[in-house]
Design a protein around this ligand. Structure first.
Ligand code: ACM
Length: 548
């Protein structure tokens, strides 16, 4: 009788397991569900054969993570076969992978360490939610659904930008966001380190940047519970030391995320000018670090050789810290008023026969990108560098910059492509949606104060089409990816950051990975509902609008 009872129990459990839906976001390119499941045994082996250390390290990291969450005693070994066996196949696309899960074992195939990493991320994600959340629970049964997956990303660039100038977020909070990026296979962390409201990167040659420049005289906080208030206290000095920046780079590297530092110049530069007024256009009238958003007319004096050296020195120190191939130098929202009134700028415009003061910015962009090129870095720019009236495109284009299209996004992206420049789509807000995921996601009067009017919903974010069908086929290849962009004028607390970012960050992650034809908001919504357990286990605060 007892035996019969257990037999029935096992078969019911087996059926339930067989029906466990495969919950993967971003949705894989090809997936065929099989029958049954693969149960992870305590001493399971992940076999990496004779692979190089750069590849086998992915197995080692997977095992450490798995054991920490499950209490299993899995090991990574240089054997040719294990419960999970890795295979190298040069025909797999660079970030792609194949997974074959059968009741007898799992085969993982890729051609690069990134491919293996994404395969292991998919395995973690298909296990109970505590695994990806890395929360220990020895009581669960750790089984994988049988499935065949062939996967690769749509775009090589799947980014998240965080503004840490308007409000500062410590390294632990950055790591929480980076963990989410990694869980959803995003691969670029664009770190907006400087702006009018605070300088956040230690620069040894210019210490006042992180004393004067990293301290605002007051601070506006929007608290999820208390509402918006001013602290009436100085805010700062808040900044990242060199070793903290390296720590973030290393943390990202383990997750196949490249860090892109941004020093926003020559506009959005008030924090630097508050610390070093001699590099502004009107040193007799010093500026102070800003406390709210907006666009300042106080900008770097790009005609001054000493100011240019200041900018180069900053780039130089940061090039030493950030090993990635990209460096973002801003270029957005830079009024020319201060240049028009400055004698040095007027002289340069006359001497070089420039047709407009905007050409000063183009000249500056060329000079900085020449320097970055000499350090082996490619320059990244906001779209005004090409779209601002009067720009000298030949100068801007010289070093083949990557253009971040935000406003008017699709027009700018098309212009970049028509000029032979690659582009990243991160629309602030248009008729079809927004990738600025700090904006209000509902018009509910209970929504905390913030940017936007509440129409930048998760659904509109998800349904935004980054490469419209109207883009000529021969230009579509210039669209290199998508980015979720997060500005922090209103956002200064961890819970508000997470509330706005999640799950819109996942919506952009899916836009970056999954083919357009496979996107389906209802399906995404169901997967996000399943992911709530993982987010809850990680104590993430997230917007619940789509679950109501
Ligand atoms: C921007 O939103 N100013 C790039």
């Amino acid at each position: 009788m007892k035996k019969l009872f257990f037999a029935i129990l096992l078969s019911v459990a087996g059926t339930m397991l067989a029906q466990t839906p495969v919950n993967l976001t971003p949705r894989p390119r090809q997936m065929t569900a099989g029958e049954g499941h693969f149960a992870l045994q305590s001493r399971l082996v992940v076999a990496y054969g004779s692979m190089a250390d750069s590849l086998s390290v992915e197995a080692a990291r997977f095992v450490i993570h798995l054991n920490a969450a499950t209490g299993l005693q899995a090991t990574a070994q240089g054997r040719s076969e294990g419960a999970i066996t890795m295979h190298l196949d040069a025909s797999c696309p660079p970030e792609g992978y194949r997974l074959s899960i059968k009741p007898t074992g799992v085969d993982v195939t890729a051609s690069t360490s990134a491919g293996f990493f994404y395969a292991f991320q998919s395995l973690k994600k298909m296990l109970p939610a505590n695994v990806m959340a890395r929360k220990y629970d020895a009581r669960r049964s750790y089984v994988l659904p049988c499935v065949e997956i062939q996967d690769e990303p749509r775009f090589p660039y799947r980014g998240f930008m965080l503004d840490v100038s308007r409000h500062f977020f410590g390294v632990e909070q950055l790591k929480r966001m980076i963990d989410i990026m990694a869980a959803y296979k995003m691969n670029y962390f664009h770190w907006h380190l400087t702006d009018d409201q605070g300088w956040r990167a230690e620069i040894q040659k210019y210490p006042r940047l992180t004393t004067v420049g990293a301290t605002a005289p007051n601070c506006r906080i929007t608290d999820m519970k208390r509402g918006t208030y001013w602290t009436n206290q100085p805010y700062g000095p808040y900044f990242y030391t060199r070793s903290e920046m390296r720590e973030v780079v290393d943390y990202c590297a383990e997750r196949h995320i490249t860090v892109i530092p941004e020093v926003d110049m020559p506009g959005h530069f008030v924090a630097a000018l508050a610390a070093y007024p001699e590099f502004g256009c009107d040193p007799a009238h010093p500026v102070t670090v800003w406390t709210t958003g907006g666009v300042s007319r106080d900008v770097l004096n790009v005609a001054s050789p000493r100011a240019l050296q200041f900018a180069r020195d900053i780039l130089s120190e940061l090039c030493d810290i950030f090993p990635g191939p990209y460096f973002h130098i801003g270029g957005d929202e830079c009024p020319t008023d201060a240049w028009e009134k400055n004698a040095e700028c007027q002289r340069l415009v006359a001497d070089e026969g420039m047709k407009s003061f905007r050409e000063l910015q183009s000249r500056f962009t060329e000079q900085m990108s020449d320097y970055l090129a000499s350090r082996g870095k490619r320059t990244l720019l906001w779209n005004e560098s090409i779209t601002a009236q009067g720009s000298d495109l030949a100068r801007v284009k010289k070093n083949n910059p990557l253009i971040f299209s935000w406003y008017p996004c699709q027009k700018a992206a098309l212009m970049a492509a028509e000029n032979g420049l690659q582009t990243i789509v991160t629309d602030i807000h248009s008729a079809t949606g927004s990738y600025y995921i700090n904006r209000k996601q509902s018009a509910d009067p209970g929504e905390p104060d913030g940017a936007g009017k509440g129409d930048d919903t998760v659904e509109r974010c998800y349904n935004y089409v980054p490469v419209p069908a109207s883009v000529p086929a021969e230009l579509q290849g210039f669209y290199k990816g998508v980015q979720a962009t997060f500005w922090c004028e209103w956002v200064g607390t961890n819970d508000y950051l997470e509330y706005l970012a999640l799950p819109r960050l996942m919506a952009v992650a899916e836009a970056g990975w999954t083919p357009q034809s496979m996107k389906d908001f209802e399906n995404f919504r169901r997967r996000m509902a399943m992911d709530r357990e993982m987010l809850d286990l990680g104590n993430y605060n997230y917007g619940k609008h789509i679950f109501k």
